[in-house]
Design a protein around this ligand. Sequence first.
Ligand code: GLU
Ligand code: ZN
Length: 298
Amino acid sequence: MRTRFAPSPTGPLHLGHAYSAILAHDMARAAGGEFLLRMEDIDRSRARPHWEAMICDDLAWLGLAWDGPVMRQSERMPAYAAALDRLWQDDLLYRCTCTRRDIDAALAAPQEGVPAAGPDGPVYPGTCRGKHCGGLPCSMSPRPTETHLRLDMGNACGCLGHRIDSAHGGTFGLPFLETGPAHPGDVFTSRDDYLTRIGDIVLARRDMGTSYHLSVVVDDAAQGITHVTRGKDLFEATRIHVLLQRLLGLPTPLYHHHCLIRDEHGKRLAKRDDARAIRKFRDEGASPDDIRRMVGLA
Ligand code: GLU
Ligand code: ZN
């Protein structure tokens, strides 16, 4: 068994992170497996070395020792480019020059109805699909790097063929540690669900040369991750990741989507709630066991 913790070094480690990290760490240790650390620092405008240092220090203080060197996504651009090249060659990507405003305007058009909410915001209306390659397959031209690249979900479903229609719950056999999906909406029953509820998501951002979804999938495979524990807020993202694994010929780990840590009023903790930074509790004299108790994992 190999698990990982994959924080973005864009702020301090807080209780929600600690919960996720402790779960992944303890699961690996209980099975005599490995626990790896990966810095998801592709957003160069927000990632900072001092946050990375603080996260590592807090993890060590919590007693969560990781195996091997820390993987940094900012050092993995060639691997992401190779994955994008493969998808481009398979005619699964197209360039998109839309701005946020273009997309909002297209979605506001009367014939669009109420835009469906996908994992990355409103489902993209497909404005640029088939527009930029002059009617030829995009793979006949080199992969551009100066625009967003979107996944052509229709082609992706076509490429996976019966595997997508026969998928149990649209997740290819539910690679979840849980016994099954939590409610009926979790189940994708046809390729139409992929088209209308996820759509043509961005896989390479103009400003990054990659995206969260692509990087996570490439890196989980590169690190040989067998079990992913992540918050329920990433449940819809997991569908995308499993789909990308199939398109890229990568193995699918088992996923466990854990509950989100809530505050004393039952409100979900914000990702950037510095009032719950581990550092703050440390400064106030809390022990690692106190933190475990706070997240219910003592
Ligand atoms: N880096 C992301 C986060 O901190 C996601 C981790 C994951 O993909 O499981 O929310
Ligand atoms: Zn576009």
